[in-house]
Write a protein that binds this ligand. Structure first.
Ligand code: COA
Length: 320
């Protein structure tokens, strides 16, 4: 008995911001952004919130799964940009969709958030706890960007992706996950300063800071390493995999992973060109795009992998 995905969904904000739009408000260009990252546009939330996008993605995933909200007993949202410190985004989703029988909580694992949510649901299922879970990766990263920093603000976008998972004979074959808190400050966001009048406050870094080159080095070594590990343990070769659904940070990272695994880049579907990096949202949004296009058939094997702030990483191999 393992964990199977039976429905996927996504929700992106209506407002689209192109690289040319960004060039009007900062010293950048479509040429620089596209050639360094592969990103051409991204969706930026105006009215939408992390919870509203999550709930919409969840409704679509539930419809595809053929389950009612009442049949969901676990909701996990991977996010670093919940609308509130508390309640959690998962509790908001529970309320919006009417999943009154679910237990709901968020996971803060940045770009690995959806993967950690999947692995957590799987662990509950394996323990005999819970039957049907809604796992979501969702972000409104535009609200934590330093829009005066062209090296980070051009990379990210907003959106949510969801999947309904249940116990099944086929599905998750193997997963790995890890963290390296010692390197946490290479990609960080201290988004509140202490307003306690009893202590003297220090200047806080309130928006996202990233050492791009350090993150790049981490990604191009850890992602292929973790994918090789899950495949070897599952007695599979890289060519056995139909698609690699990777976190969408940078096309050059994806090309490097393909090269290190010695597989064609055609096995790596892309959404970063039209979505940018949506942190926890990237993997489930891309999975839904691939699923919607009918690219997956029963029995296909796929790899999903997330990596990012924490630092955190996770990879899994799944039979569709
Ligand atoms: N537009 C134009 N120029 C820009 C720019 C922008 N948006 N952002 C940075 N630059 C400039 C820099 O100021 C620098 O100029 P200088 O040489 O005059 O000082 C030059 O471009 C090179 O900057 P650098 O930071 O060295 O670029 P890079 O080749 O390392 O590319 C990233 C930057 C962010 C694209 C790259 O490091 C990267 O992709 N890192 C991984 C980030 C990531 O994936 N994070 C998410 C993980 S979840």
């Amino acid at each position: 008995m393992t964990t199977r995905i039976i429905g996927t969904g996504r929700c992106l904000p209506e407002h689209i911001v192109t690289n040319d739009d960004l060039a009007k408000i900062m010293d950048t260009s479509d040429e620089w952004i596209a050639s360094r990252t592969g990103i051409r546009k991204r969706h930026i939330a105006k009215e939408e919130t992390t919870a509203s996008m999550s709930a919409e993605a969840a409704k679509r995933a539930l419809k595809q799964a053929g389950l009612s909200p009442e049949e969901i007993d676990l909701i996990i949202v991977g996010t670093i940009t919940g609308d509130y410190v508390t309640p959690s985004t998962a509790c908001e989703v529970q309320q919006i969709i009417g999943a009154e029988n679910a237990v709901a909580f968020d996971i803060n694992a940045a770009c690995s958030g959806f993967m950690f949510a999947l692995n957590t649901a799987h662990a509950y299922f394996q323990s005999g706890i819970y039957q049907n879970a809604l796992i979501i990766g969702a972000e409104t990263l535009s609200k934590i960007m330093d829009w005066g920093d062209r090296s980070t603000s051009v990379l990210f976008g907003d959106g949510a992706g969801a999947a309904v998972v249940t116990k099944g004979d086929a599905g998750l074959l193997n997963f790995t996950q890890g963290s390296d808190g010692a390197k946490g400050m290479v990609l960080a966001c201290k988004n509140r300063s202490n307003n306690n009048p009893l202590i003297s406050t220090s200047k806080e870094m309130k928006y996202t800071y990233m050492d791009g080159q350090e993150v790049y080095k981490f990604a191009v070594s850890k992602v292929p390493e973790s994918i090789k590990k899950v495949l070897a343990e599952a007695h599979l070769e890289p060519e056995d995999i139909k698609y690699y659904i990777l976190h969408q940070a940078n096309i050059r990272i994806i090309q490097s992973v393909a090269k290190r695994l010695k597989v064609s880049e055609e096995k790596f579907p892309i959404s970063l060109d039209h979505c940018g990096n949506i942190s926890a949202g990237s993997v489930p949004i891309l999975l839904d795009e691939v699923n919607e296009k009918g690219m997956l058939e029963k029995g296909d094997k796929i790899v999903m992998a997330g990596f990012g702030a924490g630092l955190t990483w996770s990879a899994c191999v799944m039979e569709w």
